[in-house]
Design a protein around this ligand. Sequence first.
Ligand code: DQA
Length: 152
Amino acid sequence: MTTVWKVLVLHGPNLNLLGQREPGIYGSLTLGEIDACLREDGVDLGAEVSTFQSNSEGQLVTAIHGALGNYHGIVFNAAAYTHTSIALRDALAAVQLPCVEVHLSNIHKRESFRHISHIAPVAIGQICGFGLNSYRLGLRALVDYLNGQADS
Ligand code: DQA
């Protein structure tokens, strides 16, 4: 029997406004639509996907702590906190869960302040620039990683 991986998809600040927020950069899908797509993908991949969005750094830290013992890995779009939050980086380092960093936009092609990620050094990888597909590829990459760990 194959394992059903428990994956937490975390979304940071302002992503609750997807669909109406700068659609030229972030696309027209709502967060609900993205979450529904990931839950569906999870069924095919053998992953049970839970999602959580917060505009508060502290709530995201608490969600990462809460993932310990309850989830096998995290797909994380920390949004603007990517570029500022040592607390989120430290939370990921503390729980030691595999995390894939994702962004809808290509952060490396944008303003220089977006080129820095405090999440990347504690993530297993980063996917950005593909809109919804950044999340979908991130989920797939995480599940592949977990399957690989289970086989080794
Ligand atoms: C983002 C990129 C960040 O720079 C920005 O602050 C966001 C969204 C993205 O998904 O492209 O809020 O993480």
